[in-house]
Design a protein around this ligand. Structure first.
Ligand SMILES: *Cc1c(COP(=O)(O)O)cnc(C)c1O
Length: 377
């Protein structure tokens, strides 16, 4: 049996005709840059994420960059974030001359450990970027409280978490701004790069729209320096079709996760140190913390040999992320060393993500669990 980590062909098979029709419309119109499809997608994603305003941009990375430009991040300004994330969360800060200040993660969720934020705040801190990693929201209430106390902006990196809920609020709608990525492997993925910034703040919205087109308003009159951060119409056309399926896909991912949670527990491997993807943890109030499982990530013993075994069985896996950002060569000048963020380092050494995409069959999921069990026998 073959179980790839992600099978986008299976997804495409279900929407092929609709997508081709939508792309055809764009090609017939010959309107490729921004335009009505992008406007419509912005309206729909704003609605979907329960925020009033959305600005379509060229990627999730550019969404982070333009959000930081919108708050006028200056060289030397500090931004608190997690070292256990995709590179661009901190890369965007560094590109503007800002200083990423890392805070370790909570071992249960792999998201920012909110108890450690306060100690990282200095007079230079301008913002916090919590990352809703793997599809689960960071613990936003304490983060927003710390931000309010110290007058900081909060940019939610929801690149992996469109449609996730935290205490009844949608990912991206809680902070000053939220960003999404439409990279093909995200839950809402385009046919290329794309991203979006959402916000509740009309003034920021206006500024983001100007920054997206080189800072010009009106055209050819530049009050500020922006860039080309535009989303194109073909991506918007594809994403509009996919957005109508997103809730179903997220539910199916959750069902798959529940399957793994149950079956992996039944193997007895959890007693022997395998950590399953934790269930939502902020549910004590009865509010939904709706995890949308962009990845299903387990912590295991002897990870690299397990991966080799699964590869032999034609099961795709990936390590998100093998090197925490404080140990990346490009951030050497920050002066961090091994041991500074032990929970992140432990995660980087021991986690592995297994197939969770919506179209997985029961037989495939069963085969994944059996193959993991077989390795530890
Ligand atoms: C994917 C991702 C990004 C970047 O998005 P791109 O669209 O690939 O530029 C940023 N942050 C996180 C957490 C991501 O997973």
């Amino acid at each position: 049996m073959n179980v790839p980590l992600l099978d986008l062909k299976a997804q495409y098979a279900g929407i092929r005709d609709e997508v081709r029709k939508a792309v055809d419309e764009v090609m017939d119109s010959q309107l490729f840059i921004l335009g009505p499809k992008v406007d419509e997608l912005e309206k729909k994603v704003a609605e979907y994420s329960m925020t009033p305003y959305a600005v379509g941009v060229s990627s999730g990375t550019d969404a982070l960059l333009i959000a930081l430009m919108a708050i006028d991040l200056r060289p030397g300004d500090e931004v608190i974030t997690t070292p256990f994330t995709f590179f661009s969360t901190a890369g965007a800060v560094a590109r503007l001359g800002g200083v990423p200040v890392f805070v370790d993660i909570d071992p249960k969720t792999y998201n920012l450990d909110v108890a450690k934020i306060e100690k990282a705040v200095t007079r230079k801190t301008r913002a916090i970027i919590p990352v809703h990693l793997f599809g689960q929201c960071a613990d936003m209430d304490p983060i927003m409280a710390a931000a309010k106390k110290h007058n900081l902006a909060v940019i939610e990196d929801a690149a992996q978490s469109i449609g996730a809920d935290y205490h009844g609020k949608r990912a991206g709608s809680i902070g000053t701004m939220g960003i999404f990525s439409f990279f093909p492997s995200k839950n809402l993925g385009g046919f290329g790069d794309g991203g979006m910034v959402v916000t509740q703040d009309k003034a920021l919205y206006d500024k983001l729209k100007i920054l997206r087109v080189h800072g010009s308003q009106p055209k050819y009159y530049h009050k500020i320096v922006g860039g080309n951060f535009r989303l194109d119409a073909i991506q918007a056309a594809v994403l509009l079709v996919k957005l109508t399926r997103l809730d179903d896909w997220s539910l199916q991912r959750r069902r798959n996760a529940e399957f793994y949670n149950q079956k992996l527990r039944m193997t007895g491997l959890v007693e022997r140190g395998l950590t399953v993807r934790p269930d939502p943890v902020y549910a004590e109030t009865g509010d939904r913390n709706f995890h949308i499982y962009n990845q299903y990530t387990i912590k295991v013993k002897d990870r690299d040999n397990l991966r080799a075994h699964l590869k032999e069985k034609h099961i795709g896996t990936e390590v998100y992320y093998p090197v925490p950002l404080h140990l990346q060569e490009c951030f050497k000048s920050l002066g961090c060393k091994k041991g500074d963020f032990p929970i992140s380092e432990d995660a980087a050494e021991n986690v592995v993500s297994i197939p969770i995409y919506p179209e997985l069959t029961d037989a495939q999921k069963e085969y994944v669990v059996q193959s993991i069990e077989e390795f530890y026998k």
